[in-house]
Design a protein around this ligand. Structure first.
Ligand code: AMP
Length: 400
């Protein structure tokens, strides 16, 4: 069976087509500037040059139509007709407490996801637009929703309850949900395969360090804690997000700077993180180049970032009473040799010893700890699309 994976943002859309008989990636692409001037689709049949088409796309339905045309194109397509696509897997950010696993999309599921819009106002609406467009254009193909929050639903209440009046949880659903779940789950499974140890015998700490960043504690295959919270703003320092701060800072800055409604939120989400500290960039490559030129605030930003990752690693070792392996994944985790050094520096008493030679590697599944280290350090490129395709394939296969 071939599976189409759709990841819809507000003005962009990423997609892949995979053949699930051998989990081979057949094609991938990106639609940008949906609903704006200069809408463009970039499509790549694996093994062929990229193909780019600038064409008006007013909404997500237009964008999905372009995707379907590209996927069936005579020259760079990968299917003769859409009948060859046995399922569509949709990435959906927030399922609240409703779903702990991927589900077949029905009217009832759509209603439940609409109820979660308040919890993820930026993410769930475009996800739902993508689902609606696909259902309209492919009415007979099973659609499966795969949620960022699902993997974290196994957390115990002491991890997800905030110490604020309890009725805010019961009335408004204010609790830790956690995000990047598909990525944390994927790398945990790969870690188990690489170490040749069953997941239910492992204590893992998975560090998803990209533009958005989160850490999870995974004990016996189940997430027991994660650093992102009610929204993806909590936890680690990120590209442009503050991560954990004293909540009193928000009201204080609002008053001192006389900020209008909503601006504080925007500052914490878009102008903070390593960008905010350095004043240089949210991209770690730019920061490291600035450090080379002697920029001290860029160095400080990297140090604050590393400090927070170390802080969570320590916390999760305590929560799990030990740890067998720490996984680094996503843009920074997979590629940033210097950041992995900063994070792992001087943790020998915890059994964490990075091998500086093995660490000089990017984007490849490999072990980067010293031979004699108690805690294995693993570099594992994430693959959320493959996880989405697997769930879509497995659910669609059961319908036959
Ligand atoms: P992601 O959100 O997982 O796509 O990660 C994107 C981020 O990864 C970028 O903003 C960069 O900060 C970081 N990144 C990507 N490649 C490198 C690299 N070679 N060295 C350092 N950081 C990198």
């Amino acid at each position: 069976m071939k599976v189409l994976v759709i990841n819809c943002g507000s003005s962009s859309l990423k997609y892949q087509v995979l053949d699930m008989t051998n989990e081979m990636l057949l094609a991938k692409g990106l639609v940008e500037r949906i609903g704006m001037e200069g809408s463009v689709i970039t499509h790549e049949k694996i093994g062929m040059d990229k193909f780019k088409l600038v064409t008006p796309m007013e909404d997500h339905k237009d964008a999905i139509e372009q995707v379907l045309m590209a996927v069936q194109d005579k020259n760079h397509g990968v299917v003769a007709s859409m009948n060859e696509i046995g399922a569509v897997g949709h990435r959906v950010v927030h399922a609240g407490e409703k779903y702990a696993e991927s589900v077949l999309i029905t009217e009832e599921v759509i209603k439940a996801l609409e109820e979660c819009i308040e919890l993820a106002p930026l993410h769930n609406p475009p996800n739902l637009l993508g689902i609606a467009a696909c259902r309209q254009l492919m009415p007979n193909t099973p659609m499966i929703a795969v949620f960022d929050t699902a993997f974290h639903q196994t957390m115990p209440p002491e991890s997800y309850i905030y110490a604020i009046p309890y009725e805010y949880y019961t009335k408004h659903g204010i609790r830790r949900y956690g995000f990047h779940g598909t990525s944390h789950k994927y790398v945990a499974q790969r870690a188990s395969a690489m170490l040749n140890i069953n997941l239910d015998e492992l204590k893992l700490i998975t560090c998803h360090l990209g533009n958005g960043a989160s850490v999870s504690a995974i004990k016996r295959g189940k997430c027991i804690d994660t650093s992102m919270g009610f929204t993806p703003l909590e936890g680690l320092v990120m590209g442009t997000r503050s991560g954990d701060i004293d909540p009193a800072i928000v009201t204080y800055i609002r008053e001192k700077e006389n900020l209008p409604q909503g601006v504080a939120n925007e500052i914490l989400n878009k102008k903070s993180g390593v960008l905010g500290i350095s004043g240089v960039s949210s991209d770690f490559r730019d920061l490291e180049a600035a450090v080379e030129d002697g920029n001290e605030r860029a160095m400080l930003a990297l140090q604050v970032f590393a400090h927070k990752v170390r802080f969570y690693i320590g916390a999760y070792i305590a929560e799990m009473n030990g740890c067998d392996a720490i996984v680094f994944t996503a843009g920074v985790g997979e590629n940033d040799v210097m950041m992995r050094e900063l994070i792992c520096n001087n943790l020998g008493n915890l059994g964490i010893k990075l091998d500086p030679i093995k660490n000089k590697v990017r984007g490849k599944e490999t072990i980067i700890s010293m031979e004699d280290a108690k805690v294995k350090l693993l570099l594992i490129p994430t693959n959320e699309e493959l996880m989405i395709a697997r769930d879509a394939y497995s659910i669609a296969s059961r319908l036959k």
